[in-house]
Design a protein around this ligand. Structure first.
Ligand SMILES: [Zn+2]
Length: 106
């Protein structure tokens, strides 16, 4: 169930973000939001590459707190704003996963 929620937040909620913020070009905006999923490429630097129990936030390079601060700063630059929104939504989704793990793994 947690996986369904996680991937729904990664793939379905961005449709609504795109429709809400970029109604006329929502398909392109949705595509850009999906491309921000490439931030998970930093997982290949970890061993093992995927671990269901691991919290990505604060562990992987592009999911680190300094990286998140940079994503927040990118919100203030219009050309990068949509990418920043996608990255921050990704971080929020991953963080929700961490919170669920903390609740259910106690
Ligand atoms: Zn991630």
């Amino acid at each position: 169930m947690q996986q369904i929620i996680h991937y729904s937040f990664h793939f379905i909620v961005p449709v609504f973000i795109a429709l809400l913020l970029y109604r006329q070009h929502w398909v392109k905006a949705y595509g850009i939001l999906l491309l921000t999923m490439m931030v998970d490429a930093d997982h290949v630097l970890a061993t093992p590459v995927y671990a269901a129990w691991r919290c990505s936030i604060g562990f992987h390079l592009l999911h680190s707190y300094p990286a998140i601060v940079i994503y927040i700063l990118l919100l203030f630059f219009r050309p990068a704003r949509l990418v920043a929104i996608g990255l921050l939504w990704h971080m929020a989704t991953d963080y929700m996963d961490c919170l669920l793990q903390m609740v259910y793994c106690k």
